[in-house]
Design a binder for this molecule. Structure first.
Ligand SMILES: C[S@@+](CC[C@H](N)C(=O)[O-])C[C@H]1O[C@@H](n2cnc3c(N)ncnc32)[C@H](O)[C@@H]1O
Length: 214
């Protein structure tokens, strides 16, 4: 798909819509993340939330004793995340940053990285760079959770790798096979599966990949 047709001003969405109207903004922490924490698979540690949006998951983890840095390319998302964490009485560091940029500027390595609903915004030709950045941000043996839309999801037209949402964002729908191929050079895949995740309007089919940095 033509590059210009894929670009959408997500910062504008955060500025124009209330959080209740932003379809991906779900206040409750996702079951899959809670399960990793509750089972002890992920213990409190230095954590980075990539594409943190309004900081709901970051605030949840901070409340569980994690030391969380959240990054997002939208300055308004970062402002909302700061407000969100302050309102919940938890402390996180939120930074405006492009996950495709020079992440060394963050000046730290982490033991756990996750992206929840980010990877479908990262298009195939950008993904190698992205995965290299996640690898760079994690210490050896660090864990990585990635959850993005599956091509099996029946919504947004139901077919096709690129699908346009009602907000005008153009998302890329992945298969488990392409994610395995994407990750396996840098990460040992602990679990790769298709799960159902809650959305504001409806549940979605998503790819869940839980990994360890090589
Ligand atoms: C679907 S939202 C998910 C937000 C959050 N993880 C959540 O679950 O509520 C995707 C987020 O990724 C951010 N994003 C997209 N491309 C990005 C990039 N290249 N660098 C940093 N953030 C990005 C968007 O601004 C948006 O906040």
């Amino acid at each position: 798909m033509n590059e210009d047709r894929r670009h959408v001003d997500i910062d504008g969405i955060y500025r124009q819509l209330s959080l209740e109207k932003i379809p991906w903004n779900v206040e409750e922490p996702p079951e899959a993340l809670v399960a990793l924490v509750e089972s002890g698979s992920i213990k409190p540690c230095r954590t980075i939330d990539l594409g943190c949006g309004a900081g709901n998951q970051a605030a949840y983890l901070a409340g569980r004793g994690f030391s969380v840095t959240g990054v997002d390319s939208s300055a308004e998302a970062i402002r909302l995340a700061q407000e969100n964490a302050a309102g919940k009485g938890v402390s996180c560091l939120f930074v405006v940053a492009d996950v495709l940029g020079d992440v060394r500027a963050l000046g730290e390595t982490f033991d756990f990285a996750y992206d929840w609903g980010l990877l479908h915004h990262i298009y195939p030709e950008q993904r190698k760079k992205y995965v290299a950045n996640v690898h760079r941000l994690l210490s050896k043996g660090g864990k990585y959770l990635s959850v993005c839309f599956s091509e099996q999801d029946p919504q947004f037209g139901g077919v096709g790798k690129y699908r346009k949402t009602s907000l005008g964002t153009v998302l890329y729908f992945s298969s488990e096979d392409e994610l395995r191929e994407l990750y396996e050079g840098c990460f040992t895949i602990i679990e790769l599966k298709t799960i159902q995740i809650a959305g504001r309007a409806a549940a979605h089919q998503a790819n869940y990949a839980f990994m360890e940095r090589k």
